[in-house]
Design a protein around this ligand. Structure first.
Ligand code: NAD
Length: 292
């Protein structure tokens, strides 16, 4: 029997934020990365952190470990040598971000791929009713978090480049809301528009070190976060969640809703050697909905 071909990310070390929630985009991205041979640093919040970041909105430590076990099973099923290291980290906390990047290097010796996926999308309120606490939370998780991880992982990638290494990748999970307006999502849309600005500046600054920086812009996917949005839309439109989902599918030219795997495949491509000449882009993964 011939040996399996090495995966597209064989020998790479990938850190994925917000990856500790079952059914989330981060968990799907980490799964496809480990199937392609990467070692994974799985990070998430791990514990309640304030009145809005608790309960059903976060990946707890138990859930992170359960997702990690699922990743190891996926690696074995794919004949991948990939390993998993779990690191709880609040992406808003500069010291915690620096520690998680240092832990990554201690665990696996390097960092090749950073996916800024952690995000808050459950604050849904008209701008004239939005509290400072809600506004700040969304900006801090969705924009300051990616900035901090770009700063510390980027520094490490620069050092690695000076040691003769090349080929770093930073992927920011933005949104359809990074390019268009959505009522009741003012803080979210502003943070995701900002994330595209961060993506472009980081792409410009890190290009000389062989690091590409791109964003992925998915439309609706029914994750934990997506389910909260469906309930809100249903209330606003006077429809059931099933009716909301059926309506949403009609808005997608390719005729179905997005799945976590759609975003994960785009990330595998952007992380792979095949995308080495692509930087500063914001790729839609929306079945064509962005054209509307
Ligand atoms: N689901 C969608 O429809 C959709 C569409 C476009 C973009 N996105 C983006 O995809 C990303 C993942 O979202 P998802 O839909 O998988 O939802 P999700 O709720 O499953 O994932 C978000 C994760 O972010 C984590 N998080 C929140 N605050 C954090 C903090 N302070 N520090 C560390 N982690 C924190 C949560 O614990 C959670 O695991 C988000 O950036 C979201 O904006 C989602």
């Amino acid at each position: 029997m011939s040996a399996p071909l090495p995966g597209r990310l064989a020998g790479k070390v990938a850190l994925v934020t917000g990856a500790g929630r079952r059914g989330g985009l981060g968990a799907a991205i980490a799964r496809r990365f480990i199937e392609e041979g990467a070692d994974i640093v799985l990070t998430d919040l791990g514990r309640p952190a304030g009145p809005l970041l608790d309960g059903d909105n976060i990946g707890t430590l138990d859930e992170m470990h359960a997702v990690a076990q699922g990743l190891m099973a996926a690696a074995r099923a794919a004949d991948s040598p990939g390993r998993v290291h779990v690191s709880a980290c609040d992406v808003r906390d500069e010291a915690a971000v620096a520690k998680t990047v240092a832990e990554t290097v201690a665990a696996f010796g390097q960092i090749d791929i950073l996916v800024n996926n952690a995000g808050v999308g459950f604050v849904m309120r008209p701008l004239i009713e939005l509290s400072m606490e809600e506004w700040n939370l969304v900006q801090e998780v969705n924009l300051r978090g990616p900035f901090l991880f770009t700063k510390y992982a980027g520094r490490r990638m620069v050092q690695q480049h000076e040691g003769g290494w090349s080929g770093g990748r930073i992927i920011n999970i933005a949104s359809k809301g990074a390019k268009s307006a959505i009522a009741d999502f003012g803080a979210y849309a502003a943070s995701k528009h900002g994330l595209l600005g961060l993506t472009r500046v980081a792409a410009l600054e890190l290009a000389r070190y062989g690091v590409t920086v791109n964003a992925v812009c998915p439309n609706h996917v029914t994750t934990g976060l997506g389910a909260r949005q469906n309930q809100h839309r249903g209330q606003r439109m006077g429809k059931t969640v099933d009716e909301v989902l059926a309506y949403r599918a009609t808005q997608v030219p390719l005729g179905r809703l997005g799945r976590p795997e759609d975003t994960a495949e785009a990330c595998v491509f952007l992380a792979s050697e095949a995308a080495s000449f692509i930087t500063g882009e914001a790729m839609n993964v929306s079945g064509g909905e962005e054209m509307r």
